[in-house]
Design a protein around this ligand. Structure first.
Ligand SMILES: C[C@@](CO)(OP(=O)(O)O)[C@H](O)COP(=O)(O)OP(=O)(O)OC[C@H]1O[C@@H](n2ccc(N)nc2=O)[C@H](O)[C@@H]1O
Ligand SMILES: Nc1ncnc2c1ncn2[C@@H]1O[C@H](COP(=O)(O)OP(=O)(O)O)[C@@H](O)[C@H]1O
Length: 277
């Protein structure tokens, strides 16, 4: 029997590495990124009938529930009517793709309710195609080329956002170079140590321009390293940063210390894949 209501998890997207390799004539940048998903995210509940969006959760304030919301834009792309409830656990405009993850979760949920997946999901945002699968992938082009990767090793992560929203177009505009080399080949990683060693050969090219716009990003990265992260880096266009820790206990201790500074800080790990369909 077809379902009448469904719940979908919208996990935070992490760009473990992000190289900017060029710029198209329309101004969009060519990227090469190792993307994965954290086991922390928003929650989308969908029911058949009606056409509404209700938002609750710790980051609901200030997020408009009107037609521009990516949840409603995703529903409109399929032509479906649905009552949507979004529990917003992820900071907004923070480099972890919360809006894209929400749009992708709405599309996955609507597919379960019988509405076919559109093939132009990138129109909702460059990160939506990779968020549809919410599984490790190499993302290139402007975000529309998504090549699935084998599962990554278990990672103990801390995500930290210092509470400043940085504008994605402004960060891209502040890049010094747009012709950086692509990522080195991505091997199958035996363990977290091998992944960290590979990541050290890579960068997030958006980290330097974002840190100039919001210098607190540099403080977050230093604090993550000081609290024991084996690798600390910004995700996407910021300002959220992630640290990779050696064990869940160290990650939890670091997150609770960093939260005392008034920053959003959560200990998490990699998400189980959410395959669309
Ligand atoms: C930078 C990334 C990396 O994963 O992440 P976030 O910081 O957003 O999480 C994404 O490419 C962002 O994806 P998304 O947030 O969906 O971007 P969009 O809404 O499509 O684009 C916002 C703006 O960013 C710039 N943009 C975006 C993607 C891209 N490949 N080149 C760009 O130059 C453009 O100025 C565009 O108008
Ligand atoms: N459901 C949504 N969640 C978050 N942001 C949304 C949503 N719908 C629309 N937006 C808008 O999309 C922009 C990007 O948000 P978000 O995806 O959280 O950023 P990022 O990709 O940098 O993490 C924000 O400026 C926000 O106002």
């Amino acid at each position: 029997m077809t379902e009448t209501s469904v719940v979908e998890f919208a996990p935070a997207k992490l760009n473990l590495a992000l190289h900017v390799t060029g710029r198209r004539d329309d101004g969009y940048h060519l990227l090469d990124s190792l993307v994965c998903f954290a086991d922390h995210g928003d929650r989308i509940a969908l029911s058949r009938g009606g056409s509404s969006l209700m938002i609750d959760g710790p980051f609901s304030a200030g997020l408009d529930a009107g037609g521009d919301n990516l949840c409603l834009r995703a529903a409109a792309l399929t032509g479906a009517d649905a009552a949507i409830r979004l529990t917003k656990n992820l900071p907004v405009a923070s480099g972890i793709g919360g809006g894209s993850a929400d749009a992708a979760a709405v599309l996955r949920g609507l597919a379960r309710l019988g509405h076919p997946m559109p093939d132009d999901t990138h129109r909702l945002g460059a990160d939506v195609p990779v968020c549809l699968r919410s599984a490790p992938a190499r993302m290139s082009g402007i975000g529309e080329v998504v090549v699935p990767l084998p599962a990554l090793p278990t990672l103990d992560l801390v995500l930290v956002n210092p509470g400043v929203a940085v504008s994605t177009p402004q960060v891209f505009a502040a890049l010094d170079r747009r012709d950086n080399p692509p990522l080195p080949p991505i091997p199958a990683f035996a363990d977290a140590t091998a992944l960290i060693a590979w990541l050290r050969q890579t960068r997030n090219d958006l980290q330097a321009p974002a840190s100039r716009i919001a210098p607190v990003i540099g403080q977050v990265l230093q604090a993550l390293t000081h609290h024991g992260a084996g690798l600390a880096r910004m995700s996407g266009s910021g300002a959220t940063c992630f640290g990779i820790f050696d064990g869940a206990a160290g990650a939890r201790a670091a997150a609770s210390d960093l939260a005392r500074r008034g920053w959003w800080a959560v200990a998490t790990e990699l998400a189980q894949p959410q395959i669309a369909g």
